[in-house]
Design a binder for this molecule. Structure first.
Ligand code: ADP
Length: 259
């Protein structure tokens, strides 16, 4: 393979659109990790929770159907979520690669996602599960604050903003989400165990799942997630497969010369 071919393949691998799902219970740090990955890989960060909160704010028909369910910590019906996502996937930024956060949340959503991506020949590279115990989740969410403008999340003890009450990125006043109270958190956890764990199992069964211990410090989790994402990209990059081809070609040439 010539140097020019190698350079072309290396840059293709770098530009390869990354398609990742971050999955895990509420409060496991999906939003925090998503912000880092989004910056590093220039991905579209698609958070169904943020999209739904925006629909509620705009008082759209979807927003009015979702509002009470969200406040109670229950799931919005699959059919509504899948319609919303089908529209989102038509936007041009998705072709640069994407990071799904909060979707899929049920086995039906997971199977629909995999089928849709397969139909477009754009399969997921990996699904990263952020795993965390229920009691740690309750502790985290009660002190969680988030930026309504950019979605960045903070924790008043372990990850506070530089200036109290204001987002580091854009200075907006931080909010305490209505559903981040103990009773609703417990419902969200029950919903997670009943409805989202089956989709995690589904991703495991099709070989896409990688698990991270989300109780570790943010920077450590970031490092682990980065390694997993890089590994998944390398496994599927055109550079790697063409290298494999070249090596096997040399091997068979060697065998032919010897034989
Ligand atoms: P969390 O902090 O619980 O991960 P999100 O911001 O992702 O919260 O979602 C908030 C709420 O929005 C959920 O409790 C649920 O009511 C609704 N929601 C978000 N994504 C989905 C989805 N994929 N399917 C159904 N409901 C969803």
């Amino acid at each position: 393979m010539s140097v020019i071919d190698l350079r072309r393949l290396t840059s293709t691998a770098r530009q390869q659109a990354l398609r990742v799902v971050l999955i895990g219970p509420p409060g496991a740090g999906k939003g925090t990790q998503a912000a880092t990955l989004k910056e590093r890989y220039g991905l579209a960060h698609i958070s169904t929770g943020d999209m739904l909160r925006e629909e509620v704010r705009r008082q759209s028909p979807l927003g009015s159907q979702a509002k009470a369910l969200m406040a109670a910590g229950k799931l919005v019906p699959d059919v509504l979520i899948l319609q919303m996502m089908a529209q989102r996937f038509q936007q041009p930024d998705v072709s640069r690669g994407f990071l799904l956060d909060g979707f899929p949340r049920s086995r039906a959503q997971g199977e629909a996602l995999v089928a849709m991506l397969a139909a477009h020949n754009q399969p997921l590279h990996t699904v990263v599960q952020l795993d965390l115990q229920d009691e740690e989740i309750v502790r985290r969410l009660c002190l969680r604050r988030s930026c309504p403008a950019c979605g960045r999340v903070y924790h008043l003890q372990s990850n506070p903003p530089a200036q109290a009450g204001l987002c580091d990125a854009d200075g907006s006043a931080l909010v305490h989400r209505e559903d981040d109270n103990e009773a609703t958190i417990r419902t969200r956890l029950a919903v997670f165990h009943e409805q989202t764990e089956p989709v995690i199992e589904y991703f495991r069964s099709i070989g896409l799942l990688q698990r991270v211990d989300a109780s570790r410090p943010i920077a450590h989790v970031e490092h682990l997630v980065e390694r997993m994402v890089q590994g998944a990209l390398t496994r599927t990059s055109p550079l790697r497969s063409s290298r494999r081809l070249t090596i096997s070609k040399f091997r068979s040439l060697g065998r032919a010369a010897r034989g």
